[in-house]
Design a protein around this ligand. Structure first.
Ligand code: ACO
Length: 276
């Protein structure tokens, strides 16, 4: 059922078909991430994780910005001398933009509509897929105002981008656009801004054709082996594949083989088997 819910700094729209549009909603501050925005996102991510109406999470920003990074005033300056407040907001940030996003069983798409700076690279890189407006502006601006790309920004950029690109943009603070983001594999697809929502919805619907538990295990497996050696990857993946056969109560694997080998009703090379 289509519905909308608003937090103080985040708005969530549920489409009736399962796409959930999460919007950072501080356009007047270019969606800079204040402590409140982090608290809201923590709640939103927890709610969506257990909501059967949410099949794909799309994260975007209101106005002309995805997010201008951490709020320099509220996240940094106002907590500099308040260790308790700082711990709370830093932890909340880590929870949703890192732990909850990477461990989520729901597919996540960052739909980058405009500015994306500094700390916003953490949720950006931790979403599974990135669809960007061609003219979106990206920048690792930390160096410009006297800090390093911290809060795991340096880690997520070297895990996602080529080392040379990560180092170049971190050191120069130069900006780049959505087309360049695709060239350097920070984003998957760049489209003209007026097509951004339509193309993102198309991709989300494609993901929704897959069995959700198979999709969840797939994204977890691809992410997990990045930091494992070959032997551990093999052991992990063989165990994971058995776990999936147990967890997939729809029996997608058996249905897929039956439909392809016996009934010859579909080609797994080109499409998903329909659930029976
Ligand atoms: N933190 C706090 N406030 C911000 C931030 C931010 N990161 N970004 C924008 N704002 C505020 C501005 O202070 C301004 O507030 P005001 O209206 O009360 O004066 C309002 O948002 C609008 O910002 P403008 O600069 O007027 O908007 P403009 O469209 O001209 O520029 C841009 C947008 C390019 C994003 C610019 O605001 C900017 O450079 N922001 C900082 C980007 C950045 O370096 N982020 C931090 C990265 S480091 C990190 O995240 C750890």
């Amino acid at each position: 059922m289509a519905k909308t819910k608003e937090w103080k700094c985040v708005k969530v729209d549920w489409d009736s078909d399962g796409i959930t549009w999460v919007t950072f909603n501080r356009p007047e501050k270019r969606n800079a991430m204040s402590p409140q925005l982090h608290y809201d996102m923590e709640q939103v991510m927890l709610e969506l994780e257990t909501d059967p109406d949410c099949k794909v999470i799309v994260i975007s920003g209101a106005g002309n910005s995805w997010s201008a990074g951490m709020d320099l005033k509220e996240y940094f300056r106002e907590t500099d001398n308040n260790p308790q407040a700082q711990f709370r907001s830093f932890t909340s940030n880590r929870h949703w933009s890192w732990e909850m996003l990477i461990n989520s069983r729901k597919p996540s798409i960052a739909m980058v509509n405009g500015y994306c700076f500094g700390g916003a690279f953490v949720p950006l890189c931790n979403c599974d897929i990135v669809v960007t407006a061609e003219d979106a502006i990206y920048g690792l601006s930390e160096v410009n105002w006297g800090i390093i790309p911290g809060g795991i920004v340096s880690k997520v950029i070297v895990d996602t981008m080529a080392y040379r690109d990560a180092q170049f943009y971190a050191m120069t603070g130069r900006t780049f656009d959505g087309k360049q983001a695709v060239q350097m594999k920070l984003a998957n697809i760049a489209v003209p801004k007026e097509k951004l929502r339509e193309e993102t919805a198309k991709l989300a619907r494609e993901l929704m054709e897959k069995n959700p538990i198979v999709l969840a295990y797939t994204k977890q497996a691809v992410r997990a082996v990045r930091t494992m050696d070959v032997q551990n990857s093999y052991e992990y993946l063989m165990t994971k594949i058995q776990a999936l056969r147990f967890m997939d109560k729809a029996g997608t694997r058996e249905t897929g083989m039956r439909e392809f080998l016996d009934k010859k009703t579909y080609k797994p090379g080109f499409q998903s088997v329909k659930a029976t």
